[in-house]
Design a protein around this ligand. Structure first.
Ligand code: HEC
Ligand code: HEC
Length: 315
């Protein structure tokens, strides 16, 4: 063996490494700028809420992006810059004051739901920045804050009573309306427990979600992965009216939707029977059984939660 002579293969490898290194150096000069313009009206919330949001979301959703040294190395940097630009565009906590009160609530609602769904903070970002992780305790703090801002029980009862009045004489209770997949309108939901209230300021509706006895027991027993057969959810939506000061009142009844759990009977539609009835006359939605595709597709991101969006909030 001749150790002094470098083999052609070794030479080629050395050459490739040098080229790669030079390339790596060169791309460091391709650096789209991320600047931090002054905040025009920073997000205000109790400190425990503000701390979580700052720690987990501000790098991409504020003008206070704090890049670590490893974020500044291209090509990682390119991805980071893209996230920041897009993140700020969708939601910027530094311009919070520019949103109407109702829109602020809407954004917070969306933020909590994005966290619950595991979509935010962005996963590969958390892998590299573990301090941005939102723990279940953090999430509980955020949920509580959000719930303290939205309407609660007494208003819901008033809405239900109004709906009952609207429907009187319009629905034939001897022959209940039936959806294309055979599911009938279930009037009994009024006696179920409201398990969540949401206001979607983005599309102008207010919703109350009710759970039947099986659902309520499952929540109590923490037995919701999957939800047991017999669980039924009813989601009721009203138009939401808002005056110029941001005060919100309930408008006309829009629709009621059901999800009925039976993993055998409804195996073809992810274990749930889906139905929607519209207007106080409870007109079934959907021309044929295919209407359920629409329901399943939109609920699919929650497949790890058994296709259910609502995270019951325990008192
Ligand atoms: C690494 C960057 C990054 C972090 C950290 C991050 N986000 Fe995002 N966020 C984005 C990007 C990019 C988008 C837009 C694209 C998308 O929806 O995936 C977005 C979109 C959103 C949206 C949708 C806004 C809209 O109007 O469509 C919400 C809500 C949101 N993020 C909330 C949060 C919350 C809450 C946190 C902290 C718990 C967080 N994000 C952390 C990058 C980030
Ligand atoms: C555009 C997306 C979308 C479509 C389409 C959709 N849903 Fe939903 N659904 C949601 C969201 C989001 C929630 C969470 C509560 C809320 O935002 O009001 C929800 C909640 C529900 C709930 C309460 C239980 C839960 O998952 O939280 C029921 C019941 C329901 N939907 C039934 C239906 C039925 C039946 C259909 C089809 C006729 C349908 N949905 C179609 C988005 C959708």
């Amino acid at each position: 063996m001749n150790a002094r002579k470098t083999s052609p293969l070794k030479k080629r490898i050395t050459f490739s490494i040098v080229i790669l290194f030079l390339l790596f150096v060169a791309i460091q000069f391709v650096h789209p700028k991320i600047d931090n313009p002054p905040a025009t009206g920073d997000f205000k919330a109790p400190p425990e809420v503000k701390n979580i949001i700052t720690r987990a979301c501000y790098d991409c959703h504020s003008n206070e992006t704090n890049l670590r040294w490893y974020d500044k190395i291209s090509p990682i940097y390119w991805q980071v810059a893209g996230h920041v630009k897009e993140g700020r565009h969708h939601l910027n906590f530094s311009n919070w004051d520019s949103l109407a009160t109702a829109d602020q609530k809407g954004k917070l609602w969306e933020a909590v739901n994005q966290i619950i769904a595991g979509a935010m903070p962005v996963k590969d970002y958390v892998t590299v920045h573990p301090s941005a992780k939102v723990s279940p305790e953090d999430l509980a703090v955020l949920k509580n804050y959000l719930m303290s801002m939205v309407h609660n029980k007494p208003a819901d009862i008033a809405k239900i009573n109004a709906l009952n009045k609207q429907s009187q004489g319009l629905v034939n209770f001897a022959k209940l309306p039936q959806a294309a997949n055979g599911i009938t309108y279930i009037p009994d939901y009024k006696n179920w427990q409201p398990i969540s209230t949401t206001e979607r300021f983005d599309n102008g509706t207010m919703r109350v979600i009710f759970g039947n006895g099986v659902a309520v027991k499952a929540i109590h027993d923490n037995n919701i992965h999957p939800w047991p057969n017999g669980t039924i959810f009813a989601k009721v939506a009203w138009d939401q009216l808002q005056d110029k000061d941001g005060n919100v009142t309930t408008g006309a009844f829009k629709q009621i939707e059901y999800m009925i759990k039976d993993d055998k009977k409804y195996a073809a539609t992810k274990g749930w029977g889906w139905a929607r009835f519209k207007t106080p006359k409870m007109v079934p939605y959907g021309k044929d059984v295919m209407f359920t595709n629409e329901c399943v597709n939109c609920h699919r991101p929650l497949k790890d939660e058994d296709f259910v969006f609502t995270m019951p909030i325990k008192n």
